[in-house]
Design a protein around this ligand. Structure first.
Ligand code: URA
Length: 317
């Protein structure tokens, strides 16, 4: 037979599943839930008093592209304060009642918070302070993995928003997708320091192996949560960070295996931009990237139009 406390627990679990994060409870009910002995026990036969549940505020619309880019700042620990009744018990606090994360978005938001507070990465002293997590949809079929945020990314706390990011956006659009229909992340979540950060200005550098390793757990978890159909490693640094060794020239053009998920290694957009400045404008490399992306499209079942197939065909002649 259900006791009042069982009913209350069920009610709380239902509220948590609906997204309610706080409910008002009497001190006695709280003590029962925590298994404490200070408050009088709730009598098993007493009718359960339905806890007053505040009507959940309508969800604030969030642009997906910003959702992971700006995780909430960690709440500083508060000293205990005595509050008037009824107290509020947080359904997201670590307790036997804390609901398991309900969605990929929630998993990723928690992960972003862990990355923000990563002692492993921060204690290296070679990475800058601002953490840039990821952008896009948690339901993506394609995940793009880059190196590390640069100056622009650090400013906006979103990966791939500088010149290389604008080129990546064009590539994604050429595939018939929008940025918020894929997931974009980096192998290192912090911008690497140059000259102890004193003369950094807008200079960027690729992360070292140690810097990548300090963030590896986050990237692995992101891929585990999202379970994309295809991963695209942008450049050899990202490939190395995912355990795939070799030059892009040797690796590109075919799928490799990343823990059961096909992964395509292709040229980093920054490399394409550098080649633009040289003879030929880097058309040959752009064409190779486009060939790689058409393979990615085929792999996830995206249609490829004649027009898309013909991109760069003039450059072949
Ligand atoms: N290059 C990367 O590899 N990642 C970014 O976020 C921006 C540029």
């Amino acid at each position: 037979m259900s006791t009042a406390i069982d009913l209350l627990k069920l009610h709380l679990a239902q509220q948590a599943a609906r997204g309610v994060t706080h409910v008002a409870l009497t001190r006695g009910a709280q003590a029962q839930l925590r298994g404490g002995r200070s408050a009088p026990a709730v009598r098993p036969q007493a009718p359960a008093t339905p806890p007053a549940v505040p009507t959940p505020a309508p969800p604030t619309p969030v642009r997906r592209t910003e959702y992971f880019a700006q995780p909430a700042a960690p709440t500083p620990a508060q000293p205990p304060v005595s509050r008037p009744m009824p107290e509020r018990i947080s359904l997201s606090s670590p307790s036997p009642l804390a609901p398991a994360p309900q969605s990929r978005a929630e998993h990723l938001a928690r992960l972003a918070l862990e990355a923000e507070n990563s002692e492993k990465a921060r204690s290296l002293g070679t990475l800058r302070d601002i953490m840039v997590f990821a952008t896009g949809t948690p339901d993506a079929e394609i995940v793009f993995v880059g190196e590390a945020p640069g100056a622009e990314e650090e400013k906006l706390r979103e990966p791939f928003v500088g010149p290389a990011g604008q080129l990546l956006t064009k590539i994604i659009q050429a595939m018939g997708l929008r940025r918020n229909e894929v997931y974009i992340t980096n192998i290192c979540k912090f911008r690497p320091k140059i000259d102890d950060g004193r003369f950094q200005n807008s200079k960027n550098r690729a992360p070292t192996i140690g810097e990548m390793l300090s963030c590896q757990q986050f990237v692995l978890a992101e891929l585990e949560i999202i379970k994309p159909k295809v991963i695209v490693a942008l450049g050899s640094t990202a490939a190395t960070g995912l355990g795939i060794e070799g030059t892009v020239g040797k690796l590109r053009g075919k799928f490799h295996d990343f823990r059961g998920t096909p992964i395509m290694v292709t040229y980093h957009p920054s490399y394409l931009l550098r080649r633009e400045q040289e003879d030929g404008g880097g058309i040959a490399e752009k064409r190779l990237v486009w060939e790689d992306m058409m393979k990615v499209m085929e792999q996830v079942g995206l249609p490829i139009s004649d027009k898309q197939r013909a991109y760069f065909s003039k450059a072949r002649g």
